[in-house]
Design a protein around this ligand. Structure first.
Ligand SMILES: O=C(O)CCC(=O)C(=O)O
Length: 224
């Protein structure tokens, strides 16, 4: 059974163009109920860690579990990674920064927000290029594109279980400014928790990102 509804491909292409224009866009209800339930069960077994304070003024209030490259041991998440990669690559969309056909989902992060959790206004690191794909697995939240770190809000997306949000990543080939990446913040809906799965195209996977630990990172050699 397909994880996502391929018959709605045209909707993904339209959303990618809206993402290019506005910084973010939504493809509602892309995951089937049964798929979300399976993912939820698998996600509950992940080795979560608490997000550490990001550099500067960014406040992060969630637990996360990240994988670089493939997602070993967790077949539902790995299946979702491949399905979303295929969905975006086959959209036929030519973005300003790069053809969507070149996009890779080689960096996966599962994030669990308790009620009132979230992340304050920030830019994603420039190593994450072109498209950031964010699925809401459980709970509800809001993702807002901002004119600057503290607002005002330019576009607001309400995130429901099964939705796919698309966020504009950095331009490939070394973007130096923040013109391409939108400032954004994420919050939970009142009284709700939220679990998201985020797929990104990391163009410098060999360089560690301060504060981020991958669950499948190779063990460091023993001290001798
Ligand atoms: O969990 C989400 O919906 C996205 C979080 C986000 O913007 C980030 O971690 O940079």
């Amino acid at each position: 059974m397909d994880l996502v509804d391929y018959f709605r491909d045209g909707e993904v292409a339209d959303a990618l163009l809206a993402m290019q224009r506005d910084g973010a866009a939504l493809v509602p209800w892309i995951l089937r109920e049964s798929v979300r339930a399976e993912l939820g069960r698998e996600i509950s077994r992940l080795p979560f860690a608490q997000a550490v304070k990001a550099p500067g003024r960014v406040r992060q209030n969630f637990d996360y579990c990240a994988f670089l490259g493939t997602v070993p041991v967790y077949p539902q998440l790995e299946g979702l990674r491949l399905a979303i990669q295929q969905l975006i690559r086959s959209s036929g969309v030519m973005l300003r920064s790069e053809d969507a056909e070149c996009w890779l989902a080689n960096d996966t992060a599962v994030q669990c927000y308790q009620s009132r959790g979230g992340i304050s206004g920030h830019l994603d690191p420039s190593r994450f290029v072109t498209i950031i794909a964010i699925l809401t697995i459980e709970g509800g939240g809001t993702l807002e594109v901002l004119a600057a770190r503290g607002g005002p809000v330019l576009k607001s997306l309400r995130l429901q279980p099964g939705d796919l949000a698309l966020l504009r990543g950095a331009a490939n080939h070394g973007e130096k400014t923040s013109q391409q990446r939108p400032f954004h913040w994420v919050s939970t809906l009142a009284g709700q928790s939220r679990t998201s799965v985020m797929f990104r195209y990391n163009v410098t996977p060999e360089k560690p990102l301060p504060g981020l630990v991958y669950a499948n990172a190779p063990l460091s050699p023993p001290d001798i």
